[in-house]
Design a protein around this ligand. Structure first.
Ligand code: FAD
Length: 349
């Protein structure tokens, strides 16, 4: 799926400024849906993401894993969801700026916000929407000898291309949702799959745990309790893992899922009212403690918050209506359903 992308390239030190209605921090599913909701209400969006493409966790961590709880989409992959969100937002031509990290947020005298990124690119926006998920994330590394040398080839922290693993001997390390989801998803294409976790107790959804246990009990999947001490190397190629205690498991690939170490990083220095690592918002407008700065999706917190994509979609809709009231206080707001609101963008049907 193509998307309008602007990659900034300026001589070092030169500052450029882009004016926009709304600056969105994060091109995950919630940031993408926000471009649609804001676009439908007539607002122009620029989206900044530190990654090199849209999709957030869906693209980075589980592009091929099925998602079952998006309303009216009984089954879609992370990648399909992101492609559809981009398609839905396309009439509004959001501008994407990838590979940039938002570092500073300053209120201007006229009430707008000046947002600065790590390479000096600045945005002047009437409102800022933080849809930063868990922040700038990177996978927690496998603490085993030889891990660094095999990273990206024999050792993977995310599955970008499931087919690449067909017919291979796989070791999946971890006991949480990601590890067990992937063990379930890969066992039928792998030549043999061994799940390695430090103990015979898992921290995943009960249904997932039951399915994995059933596969282990029937011998369709192997399980080894223990920790990986070393990746075994054969002339530069991964050939297996050695567990603490000395046992070895032969494999072509190790997939390690120890969760993400996410850094909200610069966002914590913006002076926002926080709840632990999350930004506190109200549930009418999804406004933060800074006037004109909103937070939606995984990054926000309110009592009862569920870290699900569908929650972020709802939050985006309420946020967009408040941003419109803020940017156009003199216009009488008439609520329209999408059929009417989209007419001028898609034409009559
Ligand atoms: C293995 C797994 C399976 C899941 N399965 C489901 C499921 O079946 N159903 C479901 O509803 N949810 C599921 N989730 C949760 C779902 O992925 C999240 O709720 C969703 O991704 C949150 O979307 P978001 O847009 O808020 O944040 P994210 O997807 O985290 O995107 C945030 C983006 O912001 C960017 N960013 C952060 N800080 C900055 C900065 N300072 N500057 C620039 N960019 C920045 C990041 O690079 C990232 O791209 C799953 C999660 C995982 C890990």
């Amino acid at each position: 799926m193509s998307h309008t992308e602007s990659q900034t390239s300026r001589p070092p030190g030169e500052v450029s400024e882009i004016e926009t209605d709304v600056l969105i921090v994060g091109a995950g599913p919630c940031g993408l849906f926000a471009t649609f909701e804001l676009g439908m209400l007539g607002m122009r969006c620029d989206v900044v993401d530190v990654l090199d493409r849209p999709g957030g966790q869906c693209a980075e961590l589980y592009p091929e894993k099925p998602i079952y709880d998006i309303p009216a989409l009984p089954d879609c992959s992370g990648e399909q969801l992101i492609d559809n969100l981009l398609l839905q937002a396309r009439p509004f031509e959001p501008r994407f700026h990838f590979g940039l990290m938002v570092e500073a947020l300053n209120r201007m005298d006229d009430g707008r916000w000046r947002v600065r990124t790590n390479d000096g690119q600045c945005f002047i926006a009437g409102a800022v929407v933080i849809a930063a998920g868990s922040g700038c994330f990177s996978p927690r590394k496998l603490p085993a000898a030889g891990a660094e040398m095999h990273e990206g080839e024999g050792l993977l922290y995310a599955v970008r291309e499931r087919e690449r693993l067909r017919g291979k001997h796989l070791v999946v390390v971890g006991g949480g949702d990601s590890a067990l989801d992937w063990a379930l998803n890969l066992h039928d294409i792998a030549e043999r799959l061994t799940l390695v976790h430090r103990r015979d107790r898992f921290r995943a959804a009960p249904d997932t745990v039951n399915k994995v246990r059933a596969l282990i009990d029937t011998g369709a999947m192997d399980f080894r309790a223990g920790a990986v001490a070393e990746l075994v190397d054969d002339s530069g190629q991964l050939s297996g893992v050695r567990l603490q205690g000395g046992d070895q498991v032969v494999c072509d690939h190790v997939l390690a899922f120890f969760g993400l170490s996410a850094r909200l990083g610069p966002l914590t220095s913006f002076g926002l009212d926080m709840h632990g690592d999350h930004i506190r918002v109200d549930t009418e407008r999804f406004a933060t403690s800074l006037d004109g700065v909103y937070a939606i999706g995984d990054v926000c917190w309110y009592p009862g918050k569920l870290r699900l994509i569908l929650s972020g979609f709802h939050e985006a809709a309420l946020m967009a209506h408040d941003v419109k009231r803020r940017l156009h206080p003199d216009i009488r707001h008439v609520f329209e359903h999408s059929t009417t609101a989209m007419k001028e963008h898609l034409g009559p049907r």
